[in-house]
Design a protein around this ligand. Structure first.
Ligand code: SAM
Ligand code: SF4
Length: 320
């Protein structure tokens, strides 16, 4: 469906939990209170919302978190999503730690792709950045997912002084394996890390140092804001998600459902709709669908990072 600015909104990210088995420094501050279990949407509730969302034009769903695989029943939920008529793609974003044992099952249910977050190839640095994570567990999941033929994207947040010296090495994964490597500009969420993101243009020039023939790949258009680039040498592509350097709001196609059931219309706006309240107050499917449609129509025109002082501090509830 189209919003007031003519954008076709067909993609919804769903955070199924605010819990995570890692503590990435830029994502989960230590003092972030966890949501009470009863306040997290039950899978049946989320599926009801998804059915209403599909009737409102949503075709593609990304399941995220917190760490989605840390919630029991995640793979069954992915299967149930896949069986909703009208949904074209269901994908998962994960830190990869718990992924390996589920890969065969994911292929069996026809999952359309998995995004694995990996900010460094250095096991010590990985442990430090993620609050104790085991790089080798992620690597095992990544290689197994690729071997199993799952469509894999590697997501890397580029941060000055943390992993900016590894951009070229991480980009080389797209040559070594048939994966897309997507660099994400660090977004200022209000979490006090002292981190500064590497701007998108600098990311690209570091990749170009090793792949001078890197050029825009207009044939690649995902369901989101990434711009894609390719070198002759690569089996996959390089993606760049530069929310700050290159405002992609005019082409934004997404809304988000938080783990508490709040429909968030823009990552950096409070605007939205409390669907959990509606569901638990006894709203019927038609009412949910109508409210969903009305809310999406009013998606804000653009985000407000710069100078807004608008912190969200809870990326793990929203799902990135
Ligand atoms: N736990 C899963 C994972 O790490 O992939 C899913 C949830 S995580 C919130 C989703 C994505 O958001 C990750 O790729 C993470 O790197 C990204 N992210 C978190 N905080 C961010 C920030 N401040 N700027 C840019 N990306 C961020
Ligand atoms: Fe957890 Fe993902 Fe946030 Fe890291 S980025 S703390 S893995 S939710």
């Amino acid at each position: 469906m189209r919003d007031l600015f003519g954008r076709d909104i067909d993609y919804m990210r769903i955070s199924i939990t605010d819990r995570c088995n890692l503590r990435c420094k830029y994502c989960m501050p230590d003092d972030l209170p966890l949501i009470k279990h009863d306040d997290v949407l039950r899978y049946e509730e989320t599926l009801r919302i998804c059915r209403a969302a599909v009737k409102s034009g949503i075709k593609n769903i990304k399941v995220t978190g917190g760490e989605p695989l840390a919630r029991k029943g995640c793979v069954g939920f992915l299967r149930d999503l896949k069986s909703i008529p009208g949904i074209e793609h269901v994908t998962l974003t994960t830190n990869g730690i718990l992924l390996a044992p589920y890969i065969d099952k994911m292929n069996e249910i026809g999952l359309d792709g998995v995004n694995i977050s990996l900010d460094t190839l250095n096991p010590d640095k990985y442990r430090q950045l993620t609050g104790g994570g085991d790089f080798f567990a992620v690597w095992a999941s990544l290689t197994k997912a690729v071997e199993a033929g799952l469509r894999v994207k590697v997501n890397c947040v580029a941060i000055i002084g943390q992993n900016d010296d590894e951009i070229a090495d991480i980009a080389k994964l797209a040559e070594q394996m048939p994966v897309d490597v997507r660099f994400i500009e660090f977004m200022p969420t209000g979490v006090d890390t002292g981190f500064e993101g590497l701007p998108g243009d600098d990311i690209l020039s570091r990749v170009r140092e090793v792949y001078p023939d890197l050029s825009g790949d207009p044939t690649r258009r995902g369901f989101g804001p990434a711009r894609y680039f390719k070198s002759e040498k690569m089996r996959g592509s390089i993606g760049l998600i530069d929310a700050i350097g290159d405002c992609f709001c005019p082409g934004c196609n997404r809304v988000r459902l938080t783990s508490e059931g709040f429909l968030k219309l823009c990552l950096f706006h409070e605007d939205g709709l409390d669907l959990r309240e509606m569901l638990r107050a006894g709203a019927n499917d038609g009412e949910i669908e109508a409210a969903f449609k009305a809310a999406v129509t009013h998606k804000p025109e653009r985000h407000a990072f710069a100078g807004s002082g608008h912190g969200i501090k809870n990326m793990s509830r929203i799902g990135g």
